[in-house]
Ligand binder design. Structure first.
Ligand SMILES: [Zn+2]
Ligand SMILES: [Zn+2]
Length: 397
């Protein structure tokens, strides 16, 4: 029997267990950096398979190795994130969250159970592939500084060092049965901006005696957008959005200060630094010219996610071979962030999307919503495809 058929049979055979694991995780979600029960569950499942997991990396991270033939020949890393979100689940399903106010609303339960399924398939087939697979179960994708950055600091990309990293993410906008890829720039860096513009408040009828922070802040917002339109290279996708602008006066009272919060997202690390530097300088300069003082704080988020072009092309072609051309689609840029980006900055990486949408069954809600759910057919596709991609990539020297 050919290896792809063997994988498909095993994925099908293990699907009910993968779904049961997903449902257990969905019922028992844990917030970022608190995935203690999840990590124990993952480690136990890996032991049941016959692996020897290494626990406690980045506190709740779990890593395991599957050696094929010639284990030194090449190493590929497979990553799943394990954390849930502070959301009250509104789905009335048998596997509804029992940890009230915490929900797997980003599909990380799917990623974790799917990687457990992949582990089981690859362990079963270990005599039939070359090289080593490194399974990476990481904490805290949803919370800065991101579990991936800590896992890397604690050495997850060494001993053995993966030549490439693969990660998959559920996609509620892609029909189940389809897979999406994109070479190169894919997701954005995510930095947060916090400004306090201080002036001198007072009666709105006497603006000449005041320093109006509302007017200053308005100029700052408009001017910062011009950095995006005038200083950015047009080829660099960027977003600057402000969602909080608090000037807590009334019709005839100008407040002492205004607070502004926003997010800057782009896909070029050099431009990211340059853009942030310009924003700070402009906000402080305008405020000072108008007589006020600006506190400008930047909270750095994740870098941008770049899919290594050759690796991603290879993985897309392999996915076509496994799934059929009609089931593999190209993705658009997405200005959201993802901490898989940390891996992509230091090792050849490919982050792809696993379709989970089923319109006929009403499974259409976006990630990070209280009604998010997946078509669980994806739990047969995910482990099979990832096993196939890993084995095929390991075969390439
Ligand atoms: Zn998320
Ligand atoms: Zn996610």
């Amino acid at each position: 029997m050919s290896i792809d058929l063997k994988i498909k049979r095993l994925a099908q055979e293990y699907a009910s267990e993968t779904i049961a694991n997903r449902r257990y995780l969905h019922t028992n979600p844990e917030l970022s950096f608190q995935e203690y029960n999840t990590a124990r569950f993952v480690a136990q499942k890996l032991k049941d398979i016959g692996l020897t997991p290494q626990e406690g990396i980045a506190d709740t991270g779990v890593v395991a190795i599957i050696e094929g033939k010639n284990p030194e020949s090449k190493v590929i890393g497979l990553r799943a994130d394990m954390d849930a979100l502070p959301i009250f689940e509104k789905n009335e399903v048998p596997y509804k969250s029992i940890n009230e106010g915490v929900m797997h609303a980003c599909g990380h339960d799917v990623h974790t159970s799917s990687l457990l399924g992949t582990a089981k398939i690859l362990h079963q087939l270990r005599e039939e592939f070359e090289g080593t697979v490194k399974l990476v179960f990481q904490p805290a994708e949803e919370k800065a500084p991101g579990g991936a950055s800590i896992m890397i600091k604690e050495g997850v990309l060494e001993n053995p060092a993966p030549a490439g990293m693969l990660g998959q993410h559920v996609a509620p906008n892609i029909p189940v049965g389809k897979i999406g890829f994109r070479e190169g720039m894919y997701m954005a860096s995510t930095d947060e901006l916090y400004m306090t513009i201080k002036g001198k408040g007072g009666h709105g009828a006497m603006p000449d005696q005041l320093i109006d922070p509302v007017l200053i802040a308005s100029h700052v917002i408009v001017s910062l957008q011009q950095i995006i339109s005038r200083n950015r290279k047009p080829a660099n996708p960027s977003v600057l959005s402000f969602g909080r602008f608090i000037a807590d006066g009334v019709t005839n009272v100008i407040p002492n200060e205004v607070t502004i919060q926003g997010t800057f997202r782009c896909m070029d690390e050099e431009w990211r630094e340059d853009g942030l530097r310009r924003m700070k300088k402009m906000a402080e300069g305008i405020t000072e010219a108008m007589g006020g003082v600006c506190d400008f704080e930047i909270v750095k988020g994740y870098p941008f996610l770049k899919n290594h072009p050759e690796l991603t092309r290879r993985m897309k072609n392999e996915a076509i071979e496994y799934m059929g051309r009609e089931n593999v689609i190209d993705l658009d840029l997405w200005m959201a962030g993802e901490d898989f980006a940390f891996y992509s900055q230091v090792v050849d990486s490919c982050f792809y999307r696993l379709g989970t949408r089923n319109e006929a069954r009403g499974i259409v809600s976006g990630v990070h919503t209280p009604t998010f759910d997946v078509d669980e057919t994806a739990l047969e596709i995910g482990p099979g495809l990832m096993s196939w991609l890993a084995i095929r990539e390991l075969a390439k020297q």
